[in-house]
Design a protein around this ligand. Structure first.
Ligand code: NAD
Length: 278
């Protein structure tokens, strides 16, 4: 079985660098998809309250027979639960839906600077309490820009373990990634394949031919070589297997650079500075 490297977070906890994402996986398809991923060797699942499939993720993990400690589980706070009391309740509901008594990582899904009077700091403080209680082994954020991270830094105690942000060859996020590196915040690259949109790129195709790998494998390898954490999504067993078969080859520094040079600062998702979560 494939050995997936770990990344050590700023609190000493370790996270598998490759995981499996379940955004837009229908609840009815989730048990089969997560079971296929666990069977293929993935040991890190990225879900969220808003994906509506935490219960099925938990069911697949429970059916796998793996010990809870062998699977790294991330979930995220819903956009309608930022008030501290709501955040505590939502966390409890995520645990219950997943059928577990702790999460490995719990994230604020979006900063929502135009909602809740722009107060994501009190939300973060609710996550700090959950962390101190030991019910989330690590806490972090998602879609936070440097200005949001700077504010947390100034007004709270715990530095987020991760920032989960959109990254792909057309959106390399160099500035935000450098900011995170300076502050010991690990980067998780969401939609690492650009939702499939980067896979027809001729530069990526040429590197894939040279490496005798697929464009998806080359793009995932590019993320790993840059040090980011990824969790591609697929419901197709062959692709689930393909996306984990990326530990038997490497990219040269020139190839990594050629893929990074494809950057167009082009998002597939909403802009975190204006997105209000609705
Ligand atoms: P992705 O970049 O992983 O792309 C998934 C799509 O790419 C699939 O639907 C499929 O069409 C295609 N694909 C997958 N493997 C392939 C392969 N081997 N060959 C060809 N095509 C392939 O996109 P995603 O699902 O949006 O992102 C991955 C995960 O990131 C999500 O499941 C979720 O966990 C996370 N995410 C987080 C946020 C956030 O706001 N924090 C937002 C979006 C996604």
């Amino acid at each position: 079985m494939t050995a997936i490297p770990d990344i050590t977070l700023n609190n000493g906890q370790r996270i598998p660098q490759l995981g499996f994402g379940v955004f837009l996986v229908e609840p009815d398809d989730t048990v089969a998809a997560v079971s296929a991923a666990l069977e293929a060797g993935y040991r890190h699942i990225d879900t969220a309250e808003m994906y509506g499939n935490e219960k099925e993720v938990g069911e697949a993990i429970s059916r796998s027979g793996l010990d809870r400690s062998e699977v790294y589980i991330t979930s995220k706070l819903s956009n309608d639960a930022h008030r501290p009391d709501d955040a505590r309740r939502a966390f409890d509901e995520s645990l219950k839906a997943l059928g577990v008594d702790y999460l490995d990582l719990f994230l604020i899904h979006w900063p929502l600077p135009t909602r809740y009077d722009g107060d994501y700091v009190s939300t973060w403080k609710a996550l700090e309490e959950i962390y101190r209680d030991g019910r989330a082994r690590s806490i972090g954020v998602s879609n936070f820009q440097p200005r949001h991270l700077r504010r947390l830094h100034g007004e709270s105690e715990i530095i987020p373990a991760v920032d989960q942000i959109e990254v792909n060859p057309y959106l390399t996020q160099d500035e935000l990634r450098s900011f995170c590196a300076e502050h010991q915040i690990a980067v998780e690259a969401w939609s690492p394949l650009g939702r499939g949109g980067v896979l027809g790129d001729p530069t990526i195709a040429a590197i894939a031919r040279r490496a005798a790998k697929t464009p998806a494998q080359v793009v995932l390898r590019w993320h790993l070589e840059r040090g980011d954490i990824v969790f591609p999504k697929s419901v197709t067993p062959e692709r689930i297997q393909e996306n984990i078969d990326i530990f038997d080859f490497g990219l040269s520094a020139d190839e990594v650079e050629a893929i990074s040079a494809l950057n167009r600062d082009e998002r597939t998702g909403p802009d975190p500075d204006t997105f209000d979560g609705t």
